[in-house]
Design a protein around this ligand. Structure first.
Ligand code: SF4
Length: 337
């Protein structure tokens, strides 16, 4: 891989697309574009980005914009919590960092809505800090270059790739991170066959050498529908816990702890649940119904504001007055101890 670093940097210099947020290394520009790019293709983001910057040109303006105006600008991008988090992060920058975007990785990571990938991207692109930014493109390119038949949906794989890339990261970390992502987006593409003829790394690529480039990364066979994964949120505000009434499907109209299909990472939970002040992993549980099996993980979350989507109840009240389905009982027991 070391041999590839220089080739990649040269290729990126010559081939990088001219994008509005690449005109400078201003962290505000990179930050907004990275959050928009989490959900939409580059071509679609450009218009949104221009409109956003016209209306909200600075961190201070973002911290002060009325929420309905912000959400209107975000309309069509989906995931409104990301827009709300932008404003919260801007307010934190104004209050905790004197209005200046923080310049180190851990401070950047502390901002609402910013996970490891985004913190790594901003740190490297704007400040040339030695931080990796691992997304699906990076993992695909890395696995193909090394002919690794790894399951890139596995968090352990992501961590391992991050560790290995960290070891060869050049001082131009921002260009390297952008280069490998760009290569994954336009040359070493997902889905159909990668454009190996155009690839600057083709003479170093072990997947190409072995004819495996279309087989990597490995397609993970989806689990049978009968097995489902859930992440349960034990959300606490002062002495109150959030409950939610299930609207449909299995356990319809039953009270439950809020939950989300599939297992979520810390970063994903931060995107979904607003006003988090602390978060830790909770217990896991497997519950077997007559025709379904639920694998449930949980997070214990403290918030500093109530979310009106939920009903807030004390522990005693839950125990006395709410019928909690058996599948959720271990979670109730875990907080009762
Ligand atoms: S040679 Fe082909 S498979 Fe290998 S990194 Fe380049 S585009 Fe991807």
């Amino acid at each position: 891989m070391k041999d590839c670093v220089e080739l990649l940097l040269n290729w990126y210099q010559e081939n990088k697309r001219e994008l509005p947020w690449r005109m400078d290394r201003e962290p505000y520009h990179v930050w907004i574009s990275e959050i928009m790019l989490q959900q939409t293709r580059i071509e679609a983001v450009i218009d949104y980005y221009h409109r956003f910057m016209e209306k909200i040109p600075t961190i201070q303006a973002l911290s002060e914009i009325p929420e309905d105006e912000l959400l209107k600008l975000w309309e069509g991008l989906g995931y409104y919590s990301r827009a709300r988090n932008l404003k919260k992060a801007a307010q934190k920058i104004m209050s905790d960092f004197h209005g200046e975007f923080p310049k180190n990785y851990s401070d950047i990571l502390s901002l609402p809505g910013i996970g490891e990938y985004t913190a790594g991207a901003i740190s490297s692109i704007c400040f040339d800090l030695p931080e990796v930014a691992i997304d699906g493109n990076v993992m695909r390119v890395y696995c193909r270059l090394h002919n690794l038949d790894w399951d890139v949906s596995d968090l352990k794989v992501k961590k391992e790739i991050g560790k290995r890339i960290q070891e060869i990261l050049p001082k131009e970390s921002g260009d390297f991170n952008q280069g490998i992502m760009e290569l994954g987006e336009v040359v070493c593409i997902p889905g159909g066959a990668p454009k190996c003829d155009e690839c600057p790394l083709k003479y170093h690529c072990l997947a190409l050498l072995n004819g495996n480039q279309c087989l990597i990364p490995r397609k993970v066979v989806k689990k049978e529908k009968l097995e489902e994964e859930y992440t349960v949120f034990i959300i606490r505000y002062k002495n109150y816990y959030a409950l939610h009434k299930r609207e449909d499907g299995l356990l319809k109209n039953m009270w439950e702890f809020p939950n989300h299909e599939r297992f979520l990472t810390f970063d994903e939970v931060k995107e979904i649940i607003p006003h988090i002040t602390s978060i830790r992993m909770g217990i896991t549980n497997t519950h077997i119904f007559s025709h379904k099996k639920w694998f449930m993980s949980s997070y214990v979350i403290e918030v500093d504001q109530k979310n009106n989507d939920y009903t807030w109840v004390t522990l005693e009240d839950i125990q006395e007055n709410y019928a909690i389905p058996t599948a959720f009982m271990p979670f109730l027991e875990s907080i009762s101890k």
